[in-house]
Structures are given as structure tokens and as C-alpha cells.
Ligand binder design. Structure first.
Ligand SMILES: *[C@@H]1O[C@H](CO)[C@@H](O)[C@H](O)[C@H]1NC(C)=O
Ligand SMILES: *[C@@H]1O[C@H](CO)[C@@H](O)[C@H](O)[C@H]1NC(C)=O
Ligand SMILES: *[C@@H]1O[C@H](CO)[C@@H](O)[C@H](O)[C@H]1NC(C)=O
Ligand SMILES: *[C@@H]1O[C@H](CO)[C@@H](O)[C@H](O)[C@H]1NC(C)=O
Ligand SMILES: [Ca+2]
Ligand SMILES: [Ca+2]
Ligand SMILES: [Zn+2]
Ligand SMILES: [Zn+2]
Length: 445
């Protein structure tokens, strides 16, 4: 259905044209073949022929590649076209964890004891405040020990189950680091020796706040691997492989993380209900109570926004993938948006939140944003923008971009669309979950 050999042949050509001399930074992120090999188990032709002497090697290679691109796209909630679209390449370039996204470790790989020791190796390349580092790691372990029957004890000298260290480049474990950006860290599954150990890329600009990469956020994720957890495709999970840290967002385990760690270490006697507050669930697009923050068309797709997340509905594909807003666009695009809209003529996507707006062209933030919506010629009584720009509470206004003017008379929505409940959060065309509730045109409140 979705696979077209021609399209994949084209993909092949793109591959060769993308070949560049070895970039120093984030090597794997610049080599698509290597990215798919490393994170999605893709085996290029040469290696496969060695193994199977496949007479139909070329076609097989192309198919294999397309498959892996699709798997990757599904994982990150992109339309599974199998093509290396701009979006796909953008997601591939995002900083992330060094472990594979497709390996499943199974239930058997876990520690057989419940008190684990960890040790921090001397940090040679970086001279931070060690008390801050120690506090950061303690807090990251606490995330996990507060939802599962596990205890973590720090050791200063003696052997420990989990050794935490910083390395740059090739550090002799078969998974070299790649300089700034790209891969941030990796960890080993529970076991003896190197098992359970956690390595951070010493070339990154680590921080305790939102400059560079936040050590706490990455440690919380890697410690999950050290306990035996694989990557999760739930973008709300700490075990999601892409780095996402927002300064205003309290880092916590999601419902999925808690479920997964309790599945590994669950003890029927452990009262999982004592959690002080329930872990946050990633919004489910089919939840009848869900209301979107915003929605917009983007070329052929319809995009829906909620908190830090977005869904992408592509007309060619039945599934609607969920992803993080930050996995596609720069961190400067805020979460909890008020409205988003596409200006097809100017090829610009505009995001609204409060009295500010941002403009993106070709996935890149334009200079000088955010700006005040008063710059758009909005009358001062407009403090923020709801829904598809044209809606504000029970009124809608028409914004004329040519004139930078609002149609002066805000009209009551009900006059235009009788029976539409107000206020409107997002006005969109969406049919996947709701066909039997509504006709195709859906207005969410
Ligand atoms: C990408 O990686 C593959 C496999 O490691 C290698 O054969 C190829 O030369 C690399 N391409 C570039 C442009 O670095
Ligand atoms: C932090 O941990 C390291 C390594 O275990 C230790 O050498 C250092 O003294 C600790 N720092 C503080 C302030 O406790
Ligand atoms: C973050 O911490 C660094 C020092 O680790 C400091 O220089 C910087 O100003 C801080 N940034 C913010 C936004 O707090
Ligand atoms: C931006 O707009 C808001 C409301 O529209 C107004 O209160 C605020 O003073 C404006 N800020 C600037 C810097 O113009
Ligand atoms: Ca790196
Ligand atoms: Ca170990
Ligand atoms: Zn990981
Ligand atoms: Zn390593």
C-alpha cells in the first residue's frame, strides 16, 4: 500500500547526494545510513551479501532501507512515507540517547536484587561543582526508587553495580561518542562488569539548568536503561530517546515509565498506589474529553497541538502519529499554544501564545521572534488569540494579512455557525476517532 519501489530508488539517489566528508560534530546524525544501522538495525547491502549471498541484493537493500525509514518515522510520530523528508532529517539530527530504538530486552534482563550500588568515576574533562553532580544523580535515582521497590546506595571507592562516568570519542566499549551534539549518553543493561554502567559524552556542554544539556534529564533516562528499560515511543515518557528538556516543565516519570519499571520490578506487596500524585499520562487523541490547544493545516497535513505534544494527520495514512513539538521545531516554540496557522502564500507557520507570536519558515525560526501580536495590527483589546486565529471566545475576527488589519467587527460565532458551542479551542477537520460522534467537520470546545 505505502511502499513504492520508485520512491525508494529516488531515496537511494538522495542518499548518495547527501554523502559529505566526515563532519566532526554528531557524526551519526549526519550519516543517514549509519543512523538507521545504529538505531533501527538496518544492515546495508555489503554486510548482508556477505551473510546471505542474496542475488536480488539491490532491490532488497532498497526495501530494507525504506522499511527502516518507515519504522523510524512511526516511532517518532511522523507520516510513515519511507522517504527522507525534511521533517525526518530534522528529527534524525536532534540530540538523543545512543541506544537502539528497536531492541527489546525482554523481562529477564533485570537486577535480581533490590538494593543497587552506584559509583561516580572521576570527571576528567569537566570541572563542575561535585556536590551539584552528586545531588543531580541522587535525584535522578530517586525518580525511579519512588515508584518501584528499589534502593540506590552511593559508594565512593569499592566496586559498585552501576559505574557512572564521562568519556569522549572512542572509549573502548564498541560505541564511540561523537563530539558535541548527536549522541549524549548511553548505558548498559543490568549485568555484571560493564552491565548497568552509564556513560556520558564528555564533549557535551552539561548543565544543571537549561543551557546546553541538562544532566538531570539525561541521567534520569540513562538510569532507566541501567535498570533494564528499553526506549519507549511514547513522547511523554522519560524513556523516549530524543532529548527534550524544557526549563518550565517539571521532569517526572510518566505513566508509561512507571508501568514499565513496575512491570520489571513489581512486587505484589509493593503498594503502587501510594504515589503522592499519579504520574502524568500522555494525552490520547481518542479520549473523548481531550480538547486540543490548537490545530492547523500544514501542506497536506493537519496538525493538532496539546501541551508539549502534537499529532500529524496525513491524508495518505490512516494512523495519526504523536510527537513532541520540540522534536521537530526549535525549543523556542513554546508548549501550551493558543493557536497556530499556516500562511500558504508566505510559506510561514505562525504560533500564538499569550500576546506573543513566532514565525517559522522551513522548520527554522525567523529572526526577531517572538513579537507582540500588537505588531500584527490587532486592536489592543485582543490580548491573545484562540483557535484557528479567527476565533476568540464566542467571537471570531477576520485578520487581513495584506492590510495587517482586523476586520473591525468581531462577529458572534453562533451567527456564522449556529449550534457551535463556544468558546472554541480548535476548529479542524478530523475524522479518525470521532466519525460517529460528529460529521466530518468538528469544532472542539
Ligand atoms: C556512512 O556510514 C557508512 C557505514 O558506516 C559508511 O560506509 C559510509 O561511508 C558513511 N558515509 C558517510 C558520508 O560518511
Ligand atoms: C561527590 O562525589 C564524588 C565521587 O563520589 C566525591 O569524590 C565528592 O567528594 C562528592 N562531593 C561532595 C561535595 O560530596
Ligand atoms: C545556567 O548555569 C550556568 C552555570 O552552570 C550559568 O552560567 C548560566 O547563567 C545559567 N543559565 C541560566 C539561564 O540560569
Ligand atoms: C504587548 O501587547 C500586550 C497586549 O496586547 C500589551 O499589554 C503589552 O504592553 C505589549 N508589550 C509590548 C512590549 O509592546
Ligand atoms: Ca555527542
Ligand atoms: Ca556494572
Ligand atoms: Zn536511551
Ligand atoms: Zn560507552
Amino acid at each position: 500500500l505505502l511502499f513504492s519501489p520508485l520512491r525508494c530508488l529516488f531515496l537511494l539517489l538522495m542518499f548518495s547526494s547527501l554523502a559529505r566528508p566526515f563532519p566532526k560534530k554528531g557524526r551519526m546524525q549526519h550519516n543517514k545510513s549509519e543512523y538507521l544501522q545504529h538505531f533501527y538495525g538496518y544492515q546495508p547491502k555489503a554486510e548482508r551479501q556477505k551473510r546471505t549471498a542474496d542475488p536480488d541484493g539491490d532491490a532488497d537493500w532498497t526495501t530494507g532501507l525504506c522499511d527502516k525509514v518507515q519504522t523510524m518515522q512511526r516511532f517518532f510520530g511522523l507520516p510513515p512515507t519511507g522517504e527522507l523528508t525534511k521533517d525526518t532529517l530534522a528529527v534524525m539530527k536532534r540530540p538523543r540517547c545512543g541506544l537502539s530504538d528497536v531492541e527489546r530486552f525482554g523481562e529477564t534482563i533485570r537486577w535480581k536484587k533490590t538494593t543497587l550500588s552506584y559509583r561516580l568515576e572521576m570527571i576528567r574533562h569537566w570541572h563542575p561543582d561535585t556536590s551539584k553532580v552528586n545531588r543531580t544523580f541522587r535525584a535522578a535515582w530517586k525518580l525511579w526508587s519512588s515508584v518501584a521497590p528499589l534502593k540506590f546506595r552511593k559508594r565512593n571507592r569499592r566496586e559498585a553495580d552501576i559505574v557512572i562516568s564521562f568519556h569522549n570519542g572512542d572509549h573502548k566499549d564498541g560505541s564511540p561518542f561523537d563530539g558535541q551534539g548527536g549522541i549524549l549518553a548511553h548505558a548498559f543493561l543490568p549485568g555484571s562488569g560493564i552491565g548497568g554502567d552509564v556513560h556520558f559524552d564528555a564533549d557535551e556542554d552539561w548543565s544543571f539548568n537549561s543551557t546546553g544539556f541538562n544532566l538531570f534529564a539525561v541521567a534520569a533516562h540513562e538510569f532507566g536503561h541501567a535498570l533494564g528499560l528499553p526506549h519507549s515511543s511514547d513522547p511523554g515518557a522519560i524513556m523516549y530517546p530524543a532529548y527534550s528538556f524544557a526549563p518550565n516543565y517539571e521532569l517526572q516519570l510518566s505513566f508509561r515509565d512507571v508501568k514499565d519499571v513496575q512491570h520489571l520490578y513489581g512486587d505484589p506487596n509493593f503498594p503502587s498506589l501510594v504515589l503522592k500524585k499519579p504520574p502524568p499520562r500522555t494525552p490520547d487523541k481518542c479520549d473523548p474529553d481531550l480538547s486540543f490547544d490548537a490545530a492547523t493545516e500544514l501542506q497536506q497535513e493537519v496538525l493538532f497541538f496539546k501541551d508539549r505534544f502534537m499529532w500529524r494527520k496525513h491524508p495518505q495514512f490512516e494512523e495519526t502519529g504523536i510527537t513532541l513539538i520540540s522534536s521537530l521545531w526549535p525549543d523556542t516554540v513554546p508548549s501550551h499554544l493558543d493557536a497556530v496557522y499556516e500562511n500558504v502564500g508566505r510559506n510561514v507557520l505562525t504560533f500564538f501564545k499569550g500576546h506573543q507570536y513566532w514565525e517559522l519558515r522551513q522548520l527554522k525560526m525567523e529572526e526577531g521572534f517572538p513579537r507582540n501580536i500588537s505588531d500584527l495590527g490587532f486592536p489592543s483589546r485582543i490580548q491573545s488569540v484562540d483557535a484557528a486565529l479567527h476565533f476568540r471566545n464566542d467571537r471570531y475576527t477576520v485578520y487581513d494579512e495584506q492590510q495587517k488589519m482586523m476586520d473591525g467587527s468581531a462577529m458572534l460565532t453562533e451567527q456564522q455557525w449556529p449550534g457551535i458551542p463556544a468558546p472554541i479551542d480548535a476548529a479542524v477537520f478530523f475524522e479518525e476517532c470521532y466519525t460517529y460522534h460528529f460529521n466530518n467537520m468538528l469544532f472542539l470546545t
